[in-house]
Ligand binder design. Structure first.
Ligand SMILES: [Zn+2]
Length: 112
């Protein structure tokens, strides 16, 4: 048995990834470069989480990168740099939904 390099699931030796989606996500994630200064600026000098998320969204859009993959890397970097606690549930999915009144609402969804 070997492991999928993206999700760490067990896979057959003959396979490189568990699924096509995982393969695409893996190669997409490799391209994403998060400048350390950008992470520091947001976590050290910006206490407002919602505002921080807006900056991350703008950053992801500017580079045409997947927002959730960008968030994942940013939060891992923030934990690594001790801007967040080691047990911070950083690897969450940021979801966007439109409510009944037509307003866009944002919330965290736990990754499986
Ligand atoms: Zn996988």
């Amino acid at each position: 048995m070997s492991h999928c390099p993206n999700c760490k699931k067990k896979i057959a030796m003959s396979k490189a990834f568990c699924s096509r989606t995982c393969k695409e996500e893996y190669f997409h994630a490799i391209q994403i470069q998060i400048p350390q200064k950008f992470v520091m600026k947001n976590f050290v000098h910006n206490p407002d989480e919602e505002d921080r998320i807006k900056n991350f969204k703008a950053f992801a859009d500017r580079h045409s990168w997947d927002f959730n993959l960008v968030l994942d890397k940013i939060y891992k970097e923030a934990v690594r740099s001790n801007y967040l606690d080691q047990d911070h549930p950083g690897y969450l999915k940021w979801k966007e939904e439109v409510d009944k009144e037509g307003n866009t609402v944002y919330y965290w969804e736990k990754r499986d």
